[in-house]
Design a protein around this ligand. Structure first.
Ligand code: HEM
Length: 485
């Protein structure tokens, strides 16, 4: 209690603390709940989730102190709800285990490896252009979100596992359904006070989750076993692995899985279970996040036609007038204005709106005590919209990220959509290139337009671990006239 007095925060009841807030709250309410807390008490606030002492912060100094502290790398308890699915993969694992895994996985995100994935982003984007063709033809408004989700699922299956589920053409795929189900049930548990308790095991949700996870694990296990066999066979023959699935667009590629199969940890190869945990983690972290990133970027482009025009001009200047010309890593690097637009989108709509840490040993931050056992919540989303840190925070101004005066250069801890420090997002470059790839393809074929009957209110946001548009992103698309110059 003495420690609690160092902080401002709402009055709390004995034992249940501020737990009543979380009763019957939706994922939409949750976004506003923390906003209200910061409006009332500032950007460092204490409260109790039941008996759990919790500190919320959206303050750059605090965020810097937390994310750079080697003793604050463990995730908060809520992440545990994902552990049936993701095990000790990179997102959830702790201390020594995390450190060893991060070290061996980092090379898998080397730019030379990302380079070979650009073709996967581009080929799937061409497919998406095709799938959306019917909406360009009939002019009807449609929710772009589910289509982008299928695109990102195709990309992550191919890059993580080297398999194709062809989600865009086959959205009924058992695997695709199971990914969606496992993600949504695990996440709902975090926010529902009842579902957080063992009562959950008596609900139909538990049975569904079990079934989905069983299916997902079986799928990944299968791919791992057959890939390992191929790899062994090919090393016996001293030949290159060259299976059917391995050849995309005529070029051989290695999925993350192949790299994991070849690597070793403390002198021994990774077990199938360890590999599965990492592949499943990529599957989880690598699709919902980019889906929100792409969808909210399209929303902003439709909302600000002059910005869309400028992005389109840049794309044509870099890639020329042939809408089918594939992008490369080099051309993606030249799309600097598009990158600013994506970064500004992630400021207002960060795919991961909050992250959590568990304090293992007592630390002092900005003169205040953070006792061992404290749950810490970092408000990436709220900091991005705070008038103390951004002029006109709700205005969409991509130039904030321009050159030397860029927000990131000025104070990197003011802008952390990919987190920062040791446990930052390992997939950041992968994600940015994927988003740039698909947007540059879509924009060469279609103009994105806000439907006329759309009220011009900002989208209602829902925080399901990943920030999502509660009512989707309804947009219209118009085919672009062929360019000849
Ligand atoms: C716009 C897209 C993305 C955003 C905004 C994003 C954001 C984040 C954030 C904020 C974290 C920190 C989580 C935490 O502290 O609990 C994180 C971690 C992580 N991300 Fe991403 N991510 C994106 C895309 C991706 C992609 C495409 C992949 C994989 C291909 C990926 C893989 C990971 C992994 C494995 C971690 C855990 C890293 C660790 O703890 O060592 N992410 N991401």
């Amino acid at each position: 209690l003495e420690v609690a007095q160092q902080y401002s925060g709402p009055p709390a009841l004995p034992l249940i603390g501020n737990g009543l807030w979380f009763v019957n709250k939706t994922t939409v309410d949750f976004v506003n709940l923390i906003q209200k807390l910061t409006d009332d008490y500032g950007d460092v606030v204490r409260f109790w989730m039941g008996p759990q002492f919790t500190i919320y912060t959206g303050n750059p100094k605090w965020i810097e102190a937390i994310l750079t502290n080697r003793n604050l790398t463990n995730k908060s308890d809520e992440y545990g709800f994902l552990s049936n699915w993701l095990g000790d993969g990179l997102l959830l694992s702790k201390r020594h285990k995390w450190h060893a895994r991060r070290k061996i996985i980092t090379p898998a995100f080397h730019f030379k490896i990302l380079d070979q994935f650009v073709e996967v982003f581009d080929r799937n984007a061409a497919e998406l252009v095709d799938v959306l063709g019917k909406f360009a033809a009939n002019g009807q408004a449609f929710d772009v979100f589910p289509y982008i989700l299928l695109y990102t699922l195709d990309v992550i299956c191919e890059t993580a596992m080297g398999t194709s589920v062809d989600a865009m053409r086959n959205s009924d795929s058992e695997y695709v359904k199971a990914v969606k189900e496992a993600a949504s049930i695990s996440i709902t548990r975090m926010y529902d006070v009842y579902m957080r308790t063992p009562l959950f095991y008596l609900t139909p949700g538990y049975q569904k989750l079990r079934k989905a996870i069983k299916m997902l694990h079986a799928y990944t296990d299968n791919v791992i076993v057959s890939r390992r066999k191929q790899l062994e066979a090919s090393s016996n023959e001293k030949a290159e692995v060259a299976s059917e699935e391995h050849e995309y667009g005529g070029k051989k590629k290695e999925a993350f899985l192949d790299l994991l199969l070849k690597t070793s940890i403390e002198g021994r190869p990774l077990t199938n279970l360890e590999i599965r945990e990492e592949v499943d983690t990529f599957m989880f972290e690598g699709h919902d996040t980019t889906t929100s990133g792409v969808s909210f970027t399209l929303y902003n482009l439709a909302k600000y036609p002059a910005i869309q025009q400028k992005v389109h001009d840049e794309i044509i200047a870099v890639l020329g007038t042939d809408p089918h010309k594939p992008v490369t890593m080099a051309t993606l690097n030249e799309l600097t204005y598009l990158e600013m637009v994506i970064k500004e989108t992630l400021r207002l709509f960060p795919s991961v709106p909050i992250i959590g840490r568990k304090c293992v040993e007592e630390v002092t931050i900005e003169g205040k005590t953070v006792p061992a056992g404290t749950n810490i919540i970092i408000g990436i989303y709220y900091m991005g919209r705070d008038a103390n840190y951004y002029d006109n925070p709700l205005e969409f101004i991509p130039e904030r990220f321009e050159g030397e005066k860029s927000v990131e250069k000025f104070n990197p801890y003011k802008y952390v959509p990919f987190s920062a420090g040791q446990r930052n997002c390992i997939g950041q470059k992968f994600a940015l290139n994927e988003v740039k790839s698909v947007i540059s393809k879509l924009l060469r074929h279609y103009e994105f337009v806000m439907p006329a009957d759309q009220n011009h209110e900002p989208p209602v946001l829902s925080s399901e671990l990943i920030l999502k548009p509660h009512h989707g992103i309804p947009l219209q698309i118009k085919p672009r006239a062929p360019l000849t110059h």
